[in-house]
Design a protein around this ligand. Structure first.
Ligand code: ZN
Ligand code: ZN
Length: 392
């Protein structure tokens, strides 16, 4: 699939985990493997049953089954006749999504720990070609959206240029530790979070600060400025940023090419509470309206849905964790995302930014019930899985 021509946008999900990288524990991997072995064994028994006579006795030899004398090659060929499910990577690395466009541009959304594998793939794709520009769009400054930056191979190749867009806090989060824009790191910051800094990162880094002229001063700290209300164009792709609601200022992006639309909205809270005139409530609802405006009729939306409503309200814990009220933590409820997907006629919605406390078994269960509930509808809702590739 990935070698076929790109119509408009090819979206690769490298990291969809919220708040911190997490992988299935040993007993969760064992449970998955056991289930897979069970399904394989069922298929083998079905195959054997198809060779049985009327009394249920096997009427063929091992050679008949394998198509020759038993050998590693024939045993493997026999095994390959049966389907085994790939393991589902709901979470894994933190937020990073890459888009390849039909014009040959490479765009990355966020630099969570998924950025490391993303950068490896970019270096392989670029090989020795001279055209080596990566457009990076950051949502916000939190660690789970920036932590992969200094591990990314694209930063260490002097032939590469990274054109980085984000709000002031996102750009600052990169620069304060690494000094990639200002070529300065304060003495007390040097080596504190990472041993790396600009002098060890030979790629070229340029920054464009996305800002809201109605509420922010255009003071640019020497960086290029971009009005959030204006789209950014990269060849035939249009990227429209907009602010959502989160404890740190956070951007979402609507990406469109050839009439196909992908909306990337991580870390946004549709705030729930009885205090409807609370300033946070008003800001959250304003942001939700902006999101609805940009996402209506979209082909694909990736959206934060970290909690169920009962978990958000603190009535119920997440998997084994104790119940804690999560209002103001900056994340939305799965029920609200499903309702929005339906109301906005979004063809495919991927609910991501999974909570690190959520067990793999529960992720499976949620994904399957979302798929079941939306199977009869024009809109599809599922949990986001890392390593998914979607063509638009
Ligand atoms: Zn996050
Ligand atoms: Zn965040």
């Amino acid at each position: 699939m990935t070698d076929s021509p790109i119509d408009n946008l090819r979206i690769h999900f490298y990291g969809v985990q919220g708040s911190g990288s997490t992988f299935p524990a040993k007993q969760e991997r064992q449970a998955f493997q056991r289930m897979n072995e069970f399904h394989l064994l069922q298929q083998v028994l079905d195959d054997l049953a198809s060779h049985a006579d009327a009394d249920g006795r096997l009427a063929c030899s091992l050679e008949d089954l394998l198509g020759g004398q038993r050998s590693d090659r024939l045993v493997m060929a026999y095994r390959d006749r049966f389907a085994a499910e790939e393991s589902r990577v709901y979470g894994g690395w933190t937020t990073c999504v890459r888009i390849e466009t039909a014009d040959g541009d490479d765009i990355v959304l966020d630099c969570g720990s998924g950025f490391r594998n993303c950068a490896r793939d970019l270096q392989v794709k670029w090989g020795d070609r001279p055209q080596r520009v990566l457009h990076v769009f950051g949502s916000h400054s939190h660690l789970d959206h920036t932590e992969g930056f200094d591990q990314a191979a694209v930063c260490f190749d002097p032939r590469n240029t990274l054109q980085i867009y984000g709000n002031r806090q996102f750009l600052n989060a990169l620069d304060i530790n690494l000094g990639i824009f200002t070529h300065e790191v304060a003495e007390e910051m040097r080596g504190v979070q990472t041993p790396l800094f600009y002098a060890l990162m030979p790629a070229t880094f340029s920054a464009t600060r996305i800002y809201e002229p109605a509420t922010e001063t255009p003071d640019s700290d020497g960086l290029a400025l971009h009005d959030v209300n204006q789209p950014i164009r990269i060849n035939q792709t249009t990227i429209q940023p907009f602010f959502v609601f989160h404890p740190a200022p956070c951007l979402a992006y609507r990406i469109e090419r050839g009439g196909k639309v992908f909306v990337f909205c991580t870390d946004h809270e549709l705030r729930r509470g009885d205090d409807t005139d609370h300033p946070d409530q008003i800001q959250s609802f304003d942001a939700e309206r902006r999101l609805i405006d940009h996402a209506t009729n979209a082909d694909v939306m990736y959206r934060d849905g970290q909690y169920f409503r009962a978990e958000y309200d603190g009535v119920q814990g997440i998997s084994e964790s104790m119940p804690v009220p999560r209002r103001g933590w900056g994340h939305s409820c799965i029920e609200d995302v499903v309702e929005m997907a339906e109301g906005c006629n979004i063809k495919q919605t991927l609910i991501g930014h999974h909570d690190p406390n959520r067990s793999w078994e529960e992720r499976n269960w949620i994904d399957e019930s979302l798929a079941r509930n939306s199977s009869m509808n024009a809109y599809k809702v599922q949990l986001a899985r890392a390593e998914t590739v979607i063509d638009l």
